[in-house]
Write a protein that binds this ligand. Structure first.
Ligand SMILES: *Cc1c(COP(=O)(O)O)cnc(C)c1O
Length: 357
């Protein structure tokens, strides 16, 4: 039996999108490929509220995270972490020989504007990375206040990991001054895994032009230059299957209406939070809860694996805690095309299995 996924990626993908993945191939150097990629870019610009360039990468989101820190750091990167994915960005910098410092807060708490101001005011850094929505802790950093501080440092390239939020939560790339905003297909956009995308600002382009060793496959500047020169085609063969599916799914997202889509995510989040407060506890700071997934503290000491086995027999799957939070927490994702009715159905089943109520 297929298990409906309530895990923070890959998410449940609707059949119509899966069918688009099976579209017959076209040449990746054809006019049709250029048109396809142009349409995708323009729709992504709408969804991310930006006029800057869109880059697609046939990799998962981690590829563009690695590419961003390597392509655009000239002096030193300030990497802020609120959980596992923030730390991963620091490891990427280190393993690419990119000078970087890690600023980590206790898991479950948010980055404060004061922290950022203190770090950037040293003048040591020319790139900053922030995790928008930390998928290990269920915390969503306050982007607007963070962006307000980063704006005071015009030489700093602002990179945002929006992998588990973009498409499910409003991210106004241009108004926030984001230079590189990254996401993957398999989270709130509601597609299969295998492709990543990011915005790439004029500032990021200028910076990358000064960086000598940007790698090859994940060199964001070379991707950008190539699509400029070759009418939206990419240097290496992209996953055309994902592009057919993206072209279709982005239409669906825009047809739903962005405000409606974001509101649906908040409704689902509020339902799960309310349930969590009643029967467990929320792991993250109440002021900064994620709209796309909820991390519960396992205050009842339930056997998460056993719960998931029983849910599996009923056709559902949730997530255990991430890394060191395994069994201490568990997670329910409510993102992409998931509906409030489906979330309620899941929660009813959990209540039934755990004999809550
Ligand atoms: C899933 C995730 C990633 C990693 O993305 P991949 O597409 O799996 O490489 C990075 N950051 C966050 C916040 C995520 O949720």
């Amino acid at each position: 039996m297929h298990k409906k996924l309530f895990i923070p990626g890959p998410v449940e993908v609707k059949p119509a999108v899966l069918e688009k993945m099976a579209t017959p191939m076209i040449g990746h150097r054809s006019k049709d490929a250029s048109e396809l990629q142009k349409r995708i870019s323009s729709k992504l610009q709408d969804i991310l509220y930006t006029k800057e360039a869109i880059l697609l990468s046939t990799s998962s989101g981690s590829g563009l995270m690695e590419g961003a820190v390597r392509s655009c750091t000239l002096k030193r990167a300030a990497v802020f972490a609120v959980g596992a994915f923030g730390v991963r960005w620091y490891e990427m910098a280190q393993s690419n020989n990119v000078p970087a410092d890690l600023f980590e807060v206790d898991w479950g708490t948010a980055i404060t504007p004061e922290m950022i101001d203190e770090v950037l005011s040293t003048g040591k850094y020319d790139l900053i990375t922030i995790t928008h929505n930390e998928t290990s802790t269920g915390l969503m950093n306050p982007l607007e206040t963070i962006a307000g501080v980063v704006k005071n440092y015009p030489d700093v390239v602002f990179c945002l990991d929006a992998v588990s939020s973009a498409g499910g939560s409003k991210i106004e790339v241009d108004r926030m001054g984001l230079d590189i905003c990254i996401t993957s297909t398999q989270k709130a956009l509601g597609l299969p895994p295998g492709m990543a995308l990011c915005t790439f600002s004029g500032k990021a382009i200028e910076r990358a032009q000064e960086v000598p060793c940007r790698g090859y496959y994940l060199d964001l500047l070379s991707l950008y230059n190539y699509i400029q020169k070759k009418d939206y085609q990419y240097p290496s063969t992209p996953s055309l299957s994902h592009m057919f599916a993206l072209d279709y799914q982005l239409d669906c997202i825009l047809a739903e209406g962005l405000e409606q889509r974001f509101a649906r995510h908040i409704d689902m989040a509020e339902y799960v939070r309310q349930w969590a407060r009643e029967y467990f506890a929320l792991f993250a700071d109440e002021r900064y809860l994620s709209n796309t997934l909820t991390t519960m503290k396992n205050t009842r000491n339930i056997d998460v694996a056993a719960l998931n086995r029983e849910l599996g027999a009923r056709g559902y799957q949730i997530s255990n805690g991430y890394g060191k939070l395994k069994d201490k927490t568990f997670r329910i994702a409510h993102m992409a095309d998931c509906t409030l009715e489906e979330v309620k159905e899941l929660i009813d089943n959990i209540n039934d299995i755990l004999k809550l109520n």
